[in-house]
Design a protein around this ligand. Structure first.
Ligand code: ARG
Length: 461
């Protein structure tokens, strides 16, 4: 079988070499983008009088028919034709005859593949943003219900100060919001058209890149043909943004895993997102959360693959760059899957408010309250800190908590203590009063929810 580029060759590569060089097994994912790019290119060729109307109509109808074949999954590709671009060109020519061969005028596979890949990354970026928004909505919804639910807040994974559960959830809302912002920003760089760059140097044909740019809905076009075909920054950026999302999700999953353990007991992950053990009948394993945490590894791996792939590559196109697609495809699939699972899991999670409440009553996370109380009575904070440390130690020795100490005992320890101390020491008061901007106080959290809702509404306009 003669290659589409076979003119210069006197010997055919062997099958196993073809197999090694081919990308059709994975780049067939770009079929729709490739057809879209070809339709725009053909239209431009016609409008610029590079091909005549009958050739254009013929090509256009052939491409549209190929597009429906793609949708119906009716096409059979061959490694003989290496990649999706050559396969589709061959299928087109089989359908419409020699006019199919005119499509590739003033175009190279180098600007073609770059265009397809930009279209793909751009479309998928918008889909990932939509997935993020679904998760944000779910978190906001849960936060609204749990402004006054209190959980221990941790530093170093040691109980620190009690916080509103909504406040904790909203921290993830804002992380996701930054992820969304990064993706939106990256569109400035992926939404640029390489088409028209030719193999590397442009073309002698009098093409009009504005026609293809408008036809394909690109915001801008590359202004240097070498850069256009060499650039894979947009793909790397996609993997980098996805890595950040996965890092965030892995932290969230880690907390869900901890919280759903017997030791914490704060939440229960719905049956739909957990599995049992084949041996231990009592088990309910947080598999989905663990998998998301684990999948961050492959996404980071893809980012490193791409960075390493592009490192030191001379301009312009090099066959190495065929290796750019699988890491991005895998990343996009993984990150969308993880975001959906996460949303489903959050929509169904069961919150054990009683357990959370019990937890905040069985620790010393109100010790700061006691120190603040003394400081407000005029004792320098450092001294108050020292005094409270001593009281905590006494309690540990007596196996009780700060709220179990009587007024008399407190007054003996520090005569400034009055009966209002007990109110100040309750975890609810501790949380309720922290209304500094961005703090965990109920009022501050309600304001935060309003701000989050506003942010969502604005970004949807
Ligand atoms: N399959 C190739 C890729 O994915 C398409 C571009 C090939 N260009 C070339 N000159 N060999 O990178």
């Amino acid at each position: 079988m003669k290659k589409l580029w076979g003119g210069r060759f006197s010997k055919q590569p062997e099958e196993w070499v073809d197999e090694f060089g081919a990308s059709i097994s994975f780049d067939q994912q770009l079929a729709s983008q490739d057809i879209k790019g070809s339709l725009a290119h053909a239209k431009m060729l016609f409008q610029c009088k590079i091909i005549d109307e009958s050739a254009y109509e013929n090509i256009k109808n052939g491409l549209l028919s190929l597009q429906s074949d793609v949708e119906e999954e009716e096409l059979t590709y061959s490694v003989k034709y290496e990649d999706i671009h050559l396969n589709l060109e061959k299928l087109l020519t089989d359908k419409i005859g020699p006019d199919g061969g005119k499509l590739h005028t003033a175009r190279s596979r180098n600007d073609q593949v770059a265009t397809d890949f930009h279209l793909y990354v751009k479309e998928e970026t918008l889909l990932i943003i939509a997935h993020i928004e679904e998760l944000q909505k779910s978190l906001l919804h849960l936060a609204e219900e749990h402004v006054e639910t209190i959980i221990p807040g941790y530093t170093h994974l040691q109980r620190a100060q009690p916080v509103s559960f909504a406040h904790h959830l909203l921290a993830y809302f804002w992380m996701l919001d930054r992820d969304k912002g990064r993706l939106q920003d990256s569109l400035k760089r992926s939404d640029i058209m390489p088409l028209g760059a030719g193999a590397l140097a442009g073309t002698t044909f009098e093409i009009d890149r504005n026609i293809t740019m408008n036809e394909l809905g690109f915001r801008d076009k590359y202004l240097n043909s070498l850069d256009a075909v060499s650039d894979r920054d947009f793909a790397i950026e996609c993997c980098s943004n996805a890595s950040m999302i996965m890092m965030h999700l892995s932290r969230f999953c880690e907390e869900l895993i901890l919280w759903s353990s017997e030791e914490f007991g704060f939440i229960e992950i719905s049956d739909s997102f957990t599995t049992g053990s084949s041996m231990m009948p009592q088990k309910k394993n947080p598999d989905m959360a663990e998998l998301i945490r684990g999948k961050s590894g492959r996404v980071y791996g893809s980012l490193i693959s791409l960075l390493t792939l592009m490192k030191g590559l001379p301009l312009a196109y090099n066959k190495d760059m065929q290796e750019d697609k699988e890491p991005v495809f895998d990343t996009v699939k993984t990150v969308k899957g993880c975001l959906s699972i996460m949303t489903g899991m959050m929509n169904e999670v069961i919150i054990h408010v009683d357990k959370m409440n019990k937890a905040v009553h069985q620790d010393f996370s109100n010790a700061t309250e006691l120190a603040d109380y003394l400081a407000k009575k005029g004792i320098p904070f450092r001294e108050a800190h020292e005094l409270v440390g001593d009281m905590v130690l006494q309690c540990i020795q007596k196996e009780c908590y700060l709220l179990d100490v009587t007024l008399e005992e407190y007054q003996e320890w520090c005569p400034l203590v009055e009966n209002d101390l007990f109110e100040a020491l309750s975890p609810k008061t501790a949380v309720e009063r922290r209304n500094s901007e961005g703090g965990t106080g109920f009022e501050a959290v309600r304001q935060q929810i309003d701000a989050a809702q506003l942010k969502m509404a604005v970004s949807n306009n």
